[in-house]
Ligand binder design. Structure first.
Ligand SMILES: [Zn+2]
Length: 66
């Protein structure tokens, strides 16, 4: 029999074979962790985009608006 562990806390899982977490709390915590990772990634990308925009602004002649 294959031993499965919780995706969040790595504790051994007892019960149904398709279980991925020990309980609802572990599943919630795991999902929250995933969101934090995504947010960090978005922040990182935003920072790069902002930097690129600054570089482009420096290289592009100012538009005549008035
Ligand atoms: Zn767990």
């Amino acid at each position: 029999m294959e031993q499965k562990v919780c995706l969040h806390c790595n504790k051994e899982l007892i019960g149904r074979a398709d279980k991925k977490f020990c309980d609802k709390q572990c599943r919630n915590d795991y999902n929250n962790t995933q969101n934090v990772t995504t947010n960090n990634y978005i922040r990182k990308v935003n920072r790069i985009i902002k930097k690129n925009r600054n570089i482009l602004e420096e290289l592009t002649p100012k538009r005549q608006i008035h």
